[in-house]
Design a protein around this ligand. Structure first.
Ligand code: BG6
Length: 507
């Protein structure tokens, strides 16, 4: 349930949600440049998401939003930054009025991330706000939009100095470590201060509409649930493509690489929901129990099941190594395709290819489930069925089927049954992932957040391959080159075909 008297505290609040997110955060937090762009993405989403919820009337009735960061600034400056990224392209007066209201419930306080006194001050400020607006009970949601270097001290200070008498919750974002050992260490340190029940680990892919739809699609449709296994399905691809490179953010990216940035978290989360057994109920624990169970059936990725790439200059765009913030000889992958296997009766032998890349030819995230061939006999050259779930852009689901060409011919042609959300649900607004997740955290619903043991199994699957890529056990492999703006390394097609994927002509 949503408690009316909750306040939200955004730590690392910049409010200025500029394109070059990392620079802004570094500047505002006055920290050494944070470790990577992955931590940086969230703050740019936080305030627009909070505003989106506010505009739709989903925030608690007496909500107040308090920003906290190191930079000293007055309220005018803070509000300027806060609103700079709130969209109102048509200057709609209603939205403008909402923005003004939103400003009124947003205050800012500057302070250090290490100093007890500063957190005591923050607490005083929170109590003042609570006494004025929400004094019935004191519930606080802390959102850590901070680089990992200060996660722990801040989490500790909040627990010691800013813990309220009501419900306290903390939202944190990846990176949760760099491998099994570092993730466990981070998890352990956080657990000294915050319980699992109070902790909400965001993987924003779990807030995306099409990912959330998967439970319904799978378990509310016999048509799908009955053939959802190795008997019917030949191979599955989960693909993430971005059309831009690291552009000036390479220094941060280089520490992590595409596997940590996208595969180990976002794509693996999608995979687990796609493949888990039906949960006993829709409760957060039942869902996450099933996710953990299927992830535990996945052995660590083999070198031979991996293809790595790095983009080079092309189409007037710079290569990864041209980025001055990247070491000249970096072998950090900006593209990776890895094949995972699930050793359980449902999925044994079915390859799940996760692939992700920066600086590719398009922006697209999708799941492509390719069914097996029909048994030979009456048909020749029949395309395989495919179920495609387009996560973004243009959310849609389409099923490739064969049908007889209308008319006197008996020839079969592949067609698509197409559910494009914009057309079918033209009146519905699809919420942003962060809107959906912040609302869940306010309600205390953990279903779409990553549990500690889930994170641990996820790292187990990826840690050996990451150590191999980083040359921890021998020479580091050299990634294959691909031109900026291409589909990826040319070796990708043979790689996918090796796992049984057959390209069809029309899609
Ligand atoms: C972030 C990654 O987690 O996800 C970024 O760190 C990536 O590198 C982003 O661009 C993609 O998110 P979305 O919602 O735009 O697909």
């Amino acid at each position: 349930e949503l408690k009316d008297d909750t306040i939200i505290i955004v730590l690392g609040a910049s409010g200025d949600l500029a394109k070059k997110k990392h620079i802004v955060i570094a500047e505002l937090t006055e920290l050494p440049i944070p470790a990577c762009d992955v931590v940086i993405a969230p703050p740019s989403q936080t305030f627009p998401a909070l505003f989106g919820l506010f505009k739709m009337g989903y925030l608690p009735k007496d909500v107040h939003i308090i920003g906290y960061a190191r930079t000293k600034m007055d309220e005018v400056e803070y509000h300027k930054r806060l609103t700079s990224n709130l969209k109102n392209p048509d200057n709609d007066p209603e939205v403008s009025a909402k923005i003004e209201e939103f400003k009124k419930l947003s205050t800012y306080i500057a302070g250090s991330y290490e100093d007890t006194g500063a957190f005591k001050e923050l607490n005083k400020h929170l109590e003042e706000v609570e006494n004025k607006y929400t004094a019935k009970s004191r519930n606080r949601l802390f959102y850590l939009a901070l680089p990992p270097s200060v996660f722990i001290p801040v989490a500790k200070h909040l627990r010691v100095n800013c813990y309220a008498s009501g419900v306290n919750r903390i939202i944190i974002e990846k990176p949760f470590g760099k491998d099994s050992a570092s993730s466990r260490e981070l998890l352990g340190s956080l657990k000294e201060h915050w319980t699992e029940d109070e902790t909400f680990r965001i993987d924003h892919y779990l807030g995306k509409e099409m990912v959330k739809n998967m439970l319904v699609l799978r378990f509310a449709n016999v048509a799908f649930s009955s053939g959802w296994d190795k008997n019917s399905i030949s191979n599955v691809q989960i693909t993430f493509k971005e059309p831009f490179g690291t552009e000036g953010r390479g220094g941060y990216f280089d520490e992590f690489g595409i596997i940590r940035d996208v595969l180990q978290n976002h794509l693996l989360q999608v995979l687990s929901i796609l493949t888990m057994e039906r949960p006993v109920s829709f409760s957060a624990e039942d869902i996450r129990d099933e996710k953990v169970k299927v992830l535990r059936a996945i052995p660590p990725i083999e070198h031979g099941d991996t293809l790595l790439g790095q983009y080079v200059a092309a189409n007037g765009k710079p290569g990864y190594l041209d980025d001055e913030t990247v070491p000249y000889n970096s072998v950090c992958p900006t593209f990776a395709a890895t094949t995972l296997w699930i050793n359980n009766p449902r999925w044994e032998g079915v390859p799940f290819i996760l692939k992700a890349g920066k600086a590719l030819n398009e922006a697209k995230v999708e799941i492509r489930i390719q069914y097996k061939d029909v048994t030979q006999g009456i048909f020749k050259d029949i395309s395989r069925n495919e179920l495609v779930i387009r996560i973004q852009p243009t959310e849609s689901i389409y099923l490739k089927l064969n049908t007889k060409t209308p008319g006197l011919s008996t020839r079969a042609v592949p067609i698509e049954m197409d559910l494009t959300y914009k057309r079918r649900f033209s009146d519905s607004k699809i919420p942003e992932a962060y809107e959906s997740l912040i609302l869940d955290a306010l309600k205390g619903d953990h279903s779409n957040f990553v549990r500690d043991d889930e994170l641990d199994v996820a790292w187990k699957i990826f840690t050996p391959i990451l150590h191999w890529i980083e040359g921890k056990n021998g020479p580091a492999p050299k990634p294959l080159q691909y031109p900026y703006g291409s589909r990826g390394p040319k070796e990708l097609d043979p790689f996918i075909h090796k796992y049984g994927y057959r390209r069809s002509d029309n899609l």
